[in-house]
Design a protein around this ligand. Structure first.
Ligand SMILES: [Cu+2]
Length: 225
């Protein structure tokens, strides 16, 4: 983006450790600003559709047109989820990937607490649509949340030298059941390594996994603030 578009901007992320003590009253979610606010929780009398903020009239398109939903759903969650992951499992990417989805659940709980589109429960089951986590990137919150997950990975890499270039993982999602996921939290075989190619469909120059492990290096070239 720097070379082709001259992009030098920023991408926001939600630091949910600030709001973790009272997620329901979360300030990043409750903002009703018509240009930038996330609009708060959806109206329970209107199937939890978001009524305020920048996305109140925002049409999500996949797998069919529908408005955005936020449906508060209580889950175990705590601010220390982030610091626990960052401090744990030096050099062991498999277990550091698994830990955001254990009981403190820094990754999965934010999807589930926010509910609606971010939890993959919209649109509801229809003849040609089964709700599921594949739809969760429909929600603009997905990217605010996943950049935070990326920041946690970066903080973990920076804490120990052995973590900086640690990689272990496969090429197929392992969501069939919890036992299979626990065995392959960084994806199932065929396994990959730092020389494996990341395919880009010629949209931009190809890279290997090793090229993107350091987000401050030339290929990605960004920092977290
Ligand atoms: Cu996610």
């Amino acid at each position: 983006m720097v070379e082709k578009c001259g992009f030098s901007g920023r991408f926001p992320y939600c630091n949910w450790t600030i709001d973790a003590p009272d997620f329901y009253e979360s300030s990043w979610l409750q903002d009703s600003d018509p240009e930038s606010g996330l609009g708060g929780w959806g109206d329970p009398d209107k199937d939890y559709k978001v009524q305020d903020g920048a996305f109140a009239r925002f049409a999500l398109k996949y797998p069919s047109y529908h408005p955005m939903h936020h449906q508060y759903t209580a889950q175990p969650f705590a601010a220390f989820a982030a610091s626990t992951i960052i401090a744990g499992n030096p050099g062991d990417l498999v277990n550091v990937q698994l830990s955001p989805d254990n009981w403190i659940c820094a990754h999965g709980s934010v999807h589930a607490i926010t509910g609606g589109d971010l939890a993959g429960t919209r649109p509801a089951t229809t003849e040609d649509c089964i709700p599921g986590n594949k739809w969760s990137p429909n929600s603009p919150l997905f990217f605010l949340h996943h950049v935070m997950i990326g920041k946690i990975w970066s903080d973990w890499q920076n804490l120990n030298e052995t973590s900086a270039t640690a990689f272990a993982g496969g090429s197929v999602q392992a969501f069939d059941n919890t036992t299979y996921f626990a065995e392959y939290p960084t994806r199932a075989p065929p396994m990959l390594n730092t020389s494996s190619d990341i395919y880009t469909d010629n949209m931009f120059p190809g890279a290997t996994i090793g090229d993107v492990l350091n987000h401050t290096a030339r290929y990605l070239c960004y920092v977290y603030e």
